[in-house]
Design a protein around this ligand. Structure first.
Ligand code: ATP
Length: 682
């Protein structure tokens, strides 16, 4: 027997109470062991056109809907008795005549309430045109639209297309959204096995053993644990001859790819040492939590980069103490004592050039092309500066200190010299924020070229580290980098508005270009609210009202986040939540939102989190972009960098929202709000 689980089953399971879920899971296990066990009292659903639908008894009132054909059993749905029979009566499992994919299709004539044809709020004179009125039928069929639904699709306008979301198979809906923006459906040859079609693989997953069934049922709301998009699956399973990368805007499932790929590599070769890593400890903790849902094999380590690097340093070079930022500043000041050099310039020159690139030779410093640093330096000036940097290294060594970048460079060198590369495969999440030293370390730590380094990241979300050309470090991903285009996290409305913050194309220093267009969200929600207030009090009251509305709409406090630019604005967030009668909890230095409470967080900490509702507040001029950072910028290039990363930060904050987003500030507001205020074309 082949037992499969449908995504409709996991979705239905999440709608049950915890007690009902436990009972349903037990029944699913019983079914896997013996689908004809008498306790399940199987009944055929006589009202269904599809004679292969059955129900299995879970409790007096709960039923699992099964589809049984030949040796195949599909867990299709679960719910209360009458709902279960109704659900099955309205469905058919069929093979799409054009794509050849297995589909659970809603029977058109049984759907009474479909609004597609009705446009009561729009007078006929201004009714928007039907999107696919002239599209050939054959193209719609290639999208996977079930033949019964062709007429509805033809009648759909921009305003009504999303009404079809609950009725059409998800893959057909996505293909239509693509078609609406000019992307033709891909047409793989129909497979011999309808369940082997990439569209079907997203909806039906064979369960090989009890362990897999347990994992699928333990976290049914995390649908990514079982149902991957074909583009995601490709990144997971594909073998690459060299370093490769998955990109994509916020919420397109890059982390999901990184997790599955790391697990896949570790399972394929139990003797391979696999590392899943990211740039900070909070994000690594998040990865470990998610990895637990996939059942990580023992040869897979998930850890933050700093911890991995310092462990390797200790193994090869002994323990190290990393200088704090204050210690580095102090050493720089002592080394420059008496010299006429600007402290800010010196710090940047050390941090962004000499230490970042591990320049140890004065001749190299003298001849260094100053990409990314616009200040011109004469030969004499470079010599004087070099003398200072030389003293800096001496002082650090005297004090038994290394900078983090310095420790990474030393470890990378030691790894190469010893030929002791600790990992066979390394998967890096949030790779846009890797520093040059970190990339060099990773390159040195990875033993294999094929399937060696794999990166997941979005250059539009680079918020911490300056950009640099990866190819100059021997990491050549060009030709092995592609982006994901389906957004699973944010509603169509929130994604579209947040996208206004970034250009449609982002350039990379290697000469690569990332095209951010053509992304589709899989669901709709209310339009984001972008507001400008006269005072902080007014803003706090409005955010409080907005929180109240979200809670009234059934969103739990822990599903709400209030994000601000920096810890300095957290009190404004706290005030708003107090006014809402739900004082939030500040999320400083923790990975997970507090249970039962609204999370208040600075934007930098929001990476890795997501909430059903997000208020991004206190976006005033001077707050974002941060005035302090702008004042610190020493040259035009540094200024551009501040503007870009602050913009990315706001983008990160807005895209943590799944369903509802409010963005606000007190006048004069941040210049970035202008972009968000503009609703753009619908
Ligand atoms: N195949 C899938 N099916 C259902 N949900 C998915 C799928 N892939 C991703 N998701 C969900 O989409 C959301 C975003 O996924 P993920 O965090 O991997 O995106 P990301 O591209 O890494 O985002 P960001 O760039 O913001 O870090 C998560 O809630 C995840 O559970």
């Amino acid at each position: 027997m082949t037992l499969r689980i449908a995504d409709t089953f996991t979705a239905a399971l999440t709608r049950l109470t915890a007690q009902e879920q436990a009972a349903a899971k037990q029944a699913a296990f019983d079914l896997q062991v013996d689908p004809s066990a008498p306790g399940l009292s199987l009944h055929r659903v006589d009202r269904s056109r599809d004679r292969d639908f059955w129900t299995a008894r879970v409790t007096r009132d709960l039923r699992i809907v099964l589809h049984k054909r030949g040796p195949d059993t599909l867990l299709a749905w679960v719910g209360h008795h009458d709902d279960a029979y109704d659900w099955a009566a309205r469905r058919r499992l069929e093979v799409h005549p054009t794509t050849g994919a297995a589909q659970l299709v809603e029977v058109r004539e049984r759907v009474e309430e479909i609004r597609v044809h009705a446009t009561p709020s729009t007078p006929a004179a201004v009714a928007p045109p039907a999107l696919f009125a002239r599209t050939p039928e054959e193209t719609l069929l290639r999208c996977g639209v079930p033949p019964d639904w062709l007429a509805d699709v033809r009648a759909a306008t921009e305003d009504t297309l999303f009404d079809l979301t609950d009725h059409l198979p998800a893959e057909a809906m996505e293909a239509l959204l693509n078609l609406a923006v000019g992307i033709e459906p891909a047409t793989p040859a129909p497979p011999a096995d309808p369940f082997a079609h990439p569209d079907a693989q997203r909806r039906f997953r064979p369960l090989v053993d009890e362990e897999e069934l347990r994992r699928a049922l333990d976290a049914p709301w995390e649908r990514w644990t079982i149902f991957l998009h074909p583009a995601q699956r490709e990144f997971v399973t594909r073998d690459f001859a060299g370093p490769a990368r998955v990109t994509g805007s916020a919420g397109t499932g890059k982390t999901v790819v990184a997790l599955h790929r790391a697990v896949r590599l570790a399972r394929d070769d139990p003797s391979a040492r696999v590392l899943l890593t990211t740039y900070n400890a909070l994000l690594a903790e998040g990865l470990r939590r998610k990895l637990a849902l996939l059942g990580a094999p023992p040869n897979l380590t998930a850890s933050d980069l700093r911890a991995v690097a310092l462990t390797e340093h200790e193994r090869l070079l002994g323990p190290v103490r990393i200088a704090t930022e204050a210690e580095v500043h102090e050493v720089l000041a002592s080394a420059a004592d008496g010299q006429p050099v600007d402290a800010g310039f010196l710090r940047d020159e050390w941090r962004l050039v000499v230490d970042a690139r591990d320049i140890r030779d004065p001749a190299i410093y003298r001849d260094l092309p100053r990409h990314g640093r616009k200040t011109r330096l004469t030969g004499d000036r470079r010599e004087a500066l070099w003398a200072i940097f030389d003293r800096v290294r001496g002082l650090l060594a005297e004090r038994g200190l290394k900078t983090y970048a310095g420790a990474l460079h030393d470890t990378a060198r030691a790894l190469v010299e010893a030929g002791a590369r600790p990992f066979d495969h390394i998967v890096v999440d949030e790779a846009q924020d890797l520093s040059l030293a970190e990339l060099r370390f990773l390159h040195a730590a990875c033993a294999r070229e094929a399937n060696g380094l794999f990166f997941a990241g979005d250059i539009g979300q680079r918020i911490f580290r300056p950009a640099f050309a990866w190819s100059a470090e021997g990491v050549e991903i060009r030709g092995r980098s592609r982006s994901l285009k389906v957004n699973y996290r944010t509603s169509h409305q929130i994604r579209r508005r947040s996208d206004h913050l970034l250009p449609a194309r982002l350039l990379e220093l290697d000469g690569g270009e990332e095209d951010r267009t053509g992304v589709q969200s899989v669901f709709e929600g209310p339009a984001p609210s972008v507001r400008v207030f006269q005072s902080a009090e007014e803003e706090a009251s409005a955010v409080a009202r907005w929180i109240g509305e979200a809670i009234d709409a059934g969103i739990a406090p822990e599903e709400i986040g209030v994000l601000v630019r920096s810890p300095d604005e957290l009190d404004r967030a706290l005030k708003a939540t107090r006014l809402a009668g739900r004082p939030g909890e500040k999320l400083v230095g923790r990975a997970a939102p507090p249970s039962g409470q609204i999370a208040l967080a600075p934007m930098h900490l929001a990476k890795g989190l997501e909430f059903r509702a997000v208020a991004v507040m206190a976006c005033d001029a001077g707050v974002i972009p941060s005035e302090a950072r702008l004042l610190e910028a020493n040259d035009e290039r540094a200024l551009e960098e501040v503007y870009a990363t602050e913009r990315h930060l706001l983008y990160v904050a807005c895209t943590r929202a799944r369903e509802r987003l409010m963005v606000s500030g007190v006048t004069p507001v941040s210049e970035y709000l202008e972009d968000l205020l503009d609703e753009g074309p619908a």
